[in-house]
Structures are given as C-alpha cells and as structure tokens.
Design a protein around this ligand. Structure first.
Ligand SMILES: NC(=O)c1ccc[n+]([C@@H]2O[C@H](COP(=O)([O-])OP(=O)(O)OC[C@H]3O[C@@H](n4cnc5c(N)ncnc54)[C@H](OP(=O)(O)O)[C@@H]3O)[C@@H](O)[C@H]2O)c1
Length: 330
C-alpha cells in the first residue's frame, strides 16, 4: 500500500523561507523499518543547523528528528513494535516533519500509556540528550550530590529537562539564560542559581557562587559566545561538554590551553553515538520514561505550531523567543 504525506523539506540551505511543504509518496516498511503516522513532531535546534547548512546535507532534505504517533506497519525483523502501538523517537535520518513516514525501527520506542503524544514528541531527542549529558558525560573525578555544574541556555528545551534531572540527582546546577524571565523559569525547574548571561558576567558569577573553586562540568550548547569563559569556569580536572552551536561553532584551540587552565578535559558529544544501537536506545529511553512518568521531570511544551506554520516555529527558535519545548502538530 502506498499513501501520500505532507513533508516539510528544503531544496537549498538557507533561512526559514527555504522550508516548503511537499507531497511525497510513502510505501511499505522494508526490513528493519516501521511506518509511523505522527500525532506530534518535536522541534529541535539541530533542525536549524541542517536547514542553514551548518550541518550540510544533500538536497532535497526532509527535516525533523523527533516525533510521536501510531505504528501503521512493521517490516521484516522488527520485533519490538507492532501495528497499532503508540510510539515515539529521536532518530536519524531526518524526516519527522510530516504526516506519515517509513523509517528505521531501531530508535523507535513504545510510548508508555501515561505519556501523551505531544509530550512524547517533545521529550525524546531533548530528554535522551539530558540523560546522556548528566549520566554518561562525567568528569574523571565523578559527580556526587552537592557538586556544581554549569548549564548554558538552561531555559530551553534540553535545558529545562536538565535542570529538573540534575536536581533529582542532587547536583547544584548553575543555569545561564538570556533574560530574567528565563532565569526565573530555570530556578522554578530546579536550578540552584541562575545567571542572565546577557546582562551579567557569567564567569564572575560562577566564581562567586562556587567560592572561587569553579564547577566540575560545563554543559555548553551555545558554542562561540560562551566557549572561552566556560573553560575558565572549570575547576582543575573539570570537564567541558560541548554539545551544540546555537551562537555559532566553538573556535579551534591549541591543546596547551587545557594544561594552562588546570589539566581540564574537553569533549564534543552527539546523541546519535549514544543511541547507535537498539539496546542502548531502549535502556536510555526507559530511564527517561521513568523520570517523566514519576513526575521528577516534567516536559514543558511552551509553543505549539501547526505543521503549516513551520517557518514561524523556526523563526521563534532562532530569535531566542521560545522556552521549554516546541511541537509541530500535523
Ligand atoms: N549534541 C547533541 O547530542 C545535542 C542534542 C540535542 C540538542 N543539542 C543542542 O542543545 C541546544 C539546545 O537545543 P534545544 O533544541 O533544546 O534548543 P533551545 O535550548 O530550546 O534553544 C536554543 C537556545 O540557545 C540559546 N542561545 C544562545 N545564543 C543564541 C543565539 N545566538 N541564537 C539562538 N539561540 C541562542 C537561547 O537561549 P537563551 O536566550 O536563554 O540564551 C535559545 O533559546 C542546541 O544548541 C542544540 O543544538 C545537542
């Protein structure tokens, strides 16, 4: 059976004006694939990098890496899902900005009944990222309750999940965000301190908050604008976890500066290495489902757009006008 679907695609890299709604044919799933009909789609900053060409791709490119919906059919060899299952995913290849798609089953997980589709679509990519950052990207000296970590853009999609999860782990998360209202939001979601990095010197504030010691880990998804001062926020043997480039890519650096700043470590992580097999994907998803179903982490959806309003959704995200998660509704 073949069916048609709307799919948001780009035919050239560029601004939000490049986003067009095409009609595509969707067939039966092949071996290891499923066909899923979306009820909600997650918006992520990586979609912007792919649109602009910061992460180059061949054209046309169907955008979107997160979604939730109902499985319509499964291909040969798929045993963890069946037609009729509610499911959600963060996955490659992109293409979730659509009504229905065929995709690899590996990263698609059954969605617990207690989690609605919008929440499922909002939380998979951002929640699995918060999971691997806080649980699997740790400094050599470990992380213990009471330790300070610094988390940039903490009022965003990944950020508000991380604030809550860090609190559940007993960590003292120092949040940065781009307005006083966003700082308030981060504090309400479990950050121990919040710094408006547009009006305050975050390095001076971090030194002040930590009694001059610095933090054990910096989680930095802002990139260019925060990189240099972030390294100086680390205490000796601290870990810089770079995981994004919202302000542009972090600059190149000579390894010698890591010695000068206290034998610090730097890593650049991507979720897709962590979820590169089915077992680990499910294990990480189960942990995420547990903290969401138990209420330790609430998934805050502050923006909802119709799929046809995808340009406005991208504009808002890039203008730093969003907080928490954003979903597109087909
Ligand atoms: N490597 C990975 O595995 C991985 C996975 C998921 C997400 N990420 C990264 O994590 C970050 C958060 O993702 P998200 O989807 O949840 O987005 P988001 O945090 O909801 O939105 C990005 C935020 O970045 C901040 N920002 C700082 N400088 C900016 C600038 N010049 N332009 C635009 N935004 C700027 C803004 O918050 P303020 O106004 O508060 O500064 C903005 O709201 C992104 O950088 C994303 O690429 C990485």
């Amino acid at each position: 059976m073949s069916t048609s679907s709307r799919a948001v695609r780009i035919h050239a890299h560029g601004g939000p004006e490049q986003l067009v709604i095409d009609t595509v044919e969707v067939g039966e799933p092949g071996p290891g694939q499923v066909r899923i009909r979306h009820h909600a789609i997650g918006l992520n900053y990586i979609d912007v990098y792919q649109r602009t060409g910061l992460y180059p791709a061949t054209m046309p490119l169907a955008l979107g890496m997160e979604g939730a919906g109902v499985i319509e059919a499964v291909g040969e060899g798929v045993t963890h899902l069946k037609a009729g299952d509610r499911a959600a995913y963060a996955a490659n290849p992109p293409g979730s900005y659509c009504d229905v798609r065929v995709m690899p089953a590996m990263n698609v997980c059954k969605l617990p009944d207690a989690i609605d589709f919008e929440t499922g679509a909002a939380m998979m990519l951002k929640g699995l990222t918060a999971q691997y950052l806080l649980k699997r990207s740790r400094p050599v000296e470990g992380l213990a309750p009471g330790d300070f970590v610094l988390f940039h853009a903490a009022a965003g999609g990944v950020g508000l999940i991380a604030c809550q999860w860090a609190k559940a782990l007993g960590l003292r998360l120092i949040a940065t965000a781009g307005s006083d209202d966003k700082c308030k939001l981060a504090l309400e979601h479990g950050a121990s301190h919040a710094i408006n990095y547009r009006s305050e010197d975050f390095l001076a504030r971090v030194k002040d908050i930590t009694g001059g010691q610095g933090v054990k880990v910096v989680y930095d998804s802002v990139g260019k604008d925060t990189w240099d001062k972030s390294l100086d926020c680390l205490r000796p043997f601290g870990l810089m976890v770079s995981f994004g480039n919202a302000s542009g890519p972090a600059p190149a650096f000579a390894p010698g500066i890591l010695a000068a700043k206290g034998s610090i470590y730097v890593t650049r992580q991507t979720l897709f290495t962590h979820i590169s097999n089915r077992e680990r994907t499910q294990q990480m998803a189960d942990e995420l489902f547990d903290v969401v179903v138990s209420g330790q982490v609430k998934i805050r959806i502050d923006q909802r757009f119709a799929l046809t309003e995808v340009k406005q959704a991208h504009e808002s995200l890039e203008a730093r006008a969003t907080t928490g998660c954003t979903v597109l509704l087909p």
